[in-house]
Design a binder for this molecule. Structure first.
Ligand SMILES: [Zn+2]
Length: 509
């Protein structure tokens, strides 16, 4: 009853021009929530964060919108509450109907369970004309927000058991009043909160909302026009416009570069969603499952396909990394898990693998680890060339097993002066020993025996062949090492600074 009394005292009709009987549009502004907040169980304060109660923030924005919009011609503006009062959802819509609302606009701010979402979103009816008008107006408001630096979390429908999910929108639709819910931003996420934490920002939103509504209906400040909008109505859908109920697909993480000393990595993330836009992505180290919270999310540019970027892990991080991608409906999918190994271990691995690197800096895609792929390269090379370097500790099969079992790669610890085998057939002999043998023992044999000459020639040929192979291998290894270093320097030069700012990155797109 108090609510009714408050309401009836507040509503003022503006700008109805009696002389020209000009066209007018009737806008009802609805500050969400409201009422006593002493008892936490029985309150309708909306979300609470940083000591703020959403109901008060909503009211500030709504009153600013009211003040702004009433300065335009051809518009009647009403507000469902202008104090902290409890008003039921039914009553809000009833009131809108009583004053002949063309549209009902409910003002809100957001929060999420894990405090990781950010961005501005608008909910509209999924049905018929209420969808068409609501969505078109929402686009105009969203445009205003985005132009002022806010993040688009899209315009959405949400259907429940009895039609539109949100009571206010459902009641509005049942009453034939296009109703939209404006979620200006997240009070519990720094990415939004830092911009919307004070009254100036809340009022600014109200002015933006009013400006967008005025533009949509073709209104002008202080001028009563003979013709007004709305403009850009979108087609009335024959069927309800459904929300997306499936998560993003094809989510795949590739690491392009990992500078472990700084913990910098560059990645490519693949994902697509045919029903709605992609919204966020995030990373988590360690073991991850469907319930793992990804506390810090970044903005996906909305487009299907791939996204390249940088990310930081703790310096010298060794272990798993998994990504998660969300669509605007907050449905998410995990990527494959990639194993990161610190650079020094990777270098040792390169050396152990005979500088093995396919020249492609993409270390891994899919579910196998960086080191596992390198191991494959190593084994492949060994087999193909039929040249293997032997040493006391080099046991390829043993190493593979260890790598697989424990995720640890133990360096093969090969020695530069280790023996060489060709095709696995020749005995591993010390070349210097052969040379010594020739020096000491063959002088007399040379004149005595033709066979001796043959043996010497054969031994010399074998020695020469071995020497050439060693030299070639050493040279190519050195060349690979040089190339690797060159690539390193190039990558280091191209690498983004530690102070890399995501916002800058996305503003460019
Ligand atoms: Zn709310």
């Amino acid at each position: 009853m108090i609510g009714l009394a408050v309401l009836s005292g507040l509503f003022v009709v503006f700008c109805a021009d009696p002389v020209f009987a000009s066209p007018s549009v009737t806008i009802v502004i609805d500050p969400g929530h409201g009422g006593p907040s002493e008892d936490d169980d029985d309150t309708n304060s909306g979300c609470k964060y940083h000591g703020l109660e959403e109901k008060n923030v909503n009211l500030t924005t709504a009153l600013a919108m009211y003040d702004e919009l009433t300065q335009y011609g051809n518009v009647n503006v009403y507000i469902t509450r202008d104090v902290d009062a409890e008003v039921t959802l039914d009553r809000r819509v009833e009131f809108a109907k009583e004053v002949g609302a063309d549209v009902l606009i409910s003002i809100h701010y957001n929060a999420s369970a894990e405090h990781n979402y950010f961005g501005s979103e608008i909910f509209t009816s999924a049905y018929g004309q209420c969808y068409a008008t609501g969505h078109a107006l929402a686009e105009e408001i969203m445009k205003e927000w985005v132009d002022e630096g806010n993040t688009r979390k899209d315009i959405k429908t949400r259907i429940g058991k009895h039609g539109d999910y949100y009571g206010l929108i459902r009641n509005g639709t049942n009453t034939g009043i296009p109703t939209i819910i404006l979620e200006h931003g997240y009070l519990d996420n720094d990415r939004d909160y830092q911009r919307i934490k004070n009254e100036d920002a809340w009022r600014e939103f109200g002015i933006m909302d009013a400006t967008a509504v005025a533009r949509f209906y073709g209104l002008e400040k202080g001028i009563v026009k003979e013709e007004i909008g709305p403009k850009d109505e979108i087609p009335v859908p024959a069927d309800p416009v459904m929300s997306d109920e499936t998560a993003p697909e094809g989510v795949k993480l590739e690491i392009n570069e990992y500078d472990s000393s700084k913990g910098d990595l560059e990645f490519t993330l693949f994902a697509y969603d045919d029903e709605s836009k992609l919204m966020y992505y995030g990373f988590e180290t360690g073991s991850v499952d469907e319930d793992t919270v990804f506390p810090k999310l970044e903005l996906w540019d909305g487009k299907n396909g791939k996204l390249r970027g940088s990310f930081h892990v703790p310096p010298d991080y060794k272990g798993k990394l998994t990504a998660k991608v969300y669509n605007v409906y907050e449905l998410d999918s995990l990527s494959n898990t990639v194993d990161l190994i610190p650079q020094y271990e990777e270098e040792e691995y390169d050396e152990a693998a005979g500088g093995g690197d396919d020249g492609d800096e993409v270390h891994e895609s899919g579910t196998t680890s960086v080191k596992e792929k390198k191991k494959t390269v190593k084994e492949g090379k060994t087999k193909d060339s039929q040249i293997s370097k032997t040493s006391k500790k080099s046991k390829t099969s043993g190493t593979s097993k260890k790598a697989k079992d424990t995720g640890e790669y133990e360096e093969a610890d090969e020695e530069e002066d280790g023996g060489w085998m060709i095709g696995g057939e020749l005995p591993a002999v010390e070349t210097s020993a052969i040379a010594n043998a020739i020096d000491k023992n063959t002088t007399s044999m040379i004149t005595d025996s033709y066979t001796g000459l043959l043996i010497i020639a054969l031994v010399a040929a074998v020695t020469l062949t071995i020497a050439v192979i060693i030299a070639t291998s050493l040279l190519s290894e050195r060349r690979r090492e040089q190339e690797r270093r060159k690539r390193y320097r190039k990558n280091r030069k191209g690498r983004k600074k530690d102070t890399f700012d995501w916002a800058d990155y996305y503003d460019k797109d």
